[in-house]
Design a protein around this ligand. Sequence first.
Ligand code: F6R
Length: 349
Amino acid sequence: MIDLDDVGALKRNDPQGMRERIAELPWQCRQAWEIVEGQRFPADYAQADSVVILGMGGSAIGGDLVRTLVRDLCPVPIFVNREYDLPRFVGQGTLVIASSYSGNTEETLAAFQEASRRGAKLLALTTDGKLAQMAENLLTFSYLAQPRAALGFSLIMLLSILTELGFVPDPRPDLEEAIEVVEGLGSKVREEVPTSQNPAKQLALLLQGKLPVIYGAQHLAPVARRWKGQFNENGKCFAFFEVLPELHHNTVEAFPYPAELEDTGLILLLTSRLYHPRNTLRFQVTEEMLDQYGIPHWSMEAQGRSPLSQVLSTIHFGDYVSLYLAALRGVNPSSVETITYLKERLAQI
Ligand code: F6R
C-alpha cells in the first residue's frame, strides 16, 4: 500500500498526471470562460424555449451542475439527456448542446443526429472526433486529459454559453470567488500536504475497504454524483449517491436494519449553509438517526459564498479524495480500461 505522504510514490502511481489535471481546475475555468466569451451564435439561439444538454459520464456531469446552478435564474427549462434518443418536446424551438470530450460517444452522437433531424438549434462542445465533423456550430477546446478531468471546461463553457445567449446574468463575480476558494482549498489538500493536516488524505484513509454512499441536496446533489463517478473512475471502487430530501421518503426505512452497512458502509454527507432551512434540518436529523442506528458517517460543509464556489470547491475536494483512493488501492487514476473495453465491444456489434 502506498504511503500517502510519499509524494514520489504518489507520482509513480499516476503516470498520466491526474494530480496535475486536478490541480489545474482554476486554470481550466478561466480558459473555458475565455473560449466562449464574445462568441457569436445564430440570432435565434437566444430565443430557444428550452435547452437540452447531451452527454455521458464525465461530459454529462457539467450539464447536471449547470442545470442546478442556474435553476433560479434561467427562464427556460434545462434538461440533461443521457440517452440515444430524445424526449418528444425537443424540436425547432430547442437549443441542443452536445457535450463530448472525445466527440465519439455513440449515445451523444445518436441523440445529436436525432436533434438535427428535428430541426433543433444545434451546438457542439468537444475537442475533436465525429461530433466536430458533424456540427456546424462548434466550440472546441484543446486539453490532453481524461474527459472527467476536463470538467472545468465542460461546466464553465456551458455556463458561459448560457450567459452569452442572455439566459442567465453574468456569473463572473461568483466565478472569481469560486476560483479563489478552490485555490485556497487546493493548497490544503494537494499531495505535498501531509496526512496529519490534509483532510482529503484523511478521508481517503477512512474510505479504505468501505462502500461510500454520498448524500447531497440542491446544488450539491450533482456534486454527490460527481464524487461517486470520481471514486468509480479514478479510485476504481464502488460508490453510490443519494439525494435529500428524496431519500427521507424511502432509504430511511432501511436505517433501523443496517446490517449491510455497519461494517462496510460509510455515508458521506455534503452540507451547505445555502440549503433551504428545512433541508439543513433534514441533514441534522439524518445524522442523529445514523448515530442512533450505528451507521458510520462523515460530513463536510461546503466552502464559499456562492453556490458556484461551493460546487467547485466540493468537487475539487472529492477529486483529490479519489486520487488518494487510487494510490491506496494501487490503481492508475487515469486508466479507463473497462470503459474502453465496453466502447470497443459495442462498436464491433
Ligand atoms: C472518462 C470519462 C467518461 C467519459 C464518457 C463519455 O474519463 O470520464 O465518463 O466522459 O465515457 O465520453 P466523452 O466524454 O468522450 O463523450
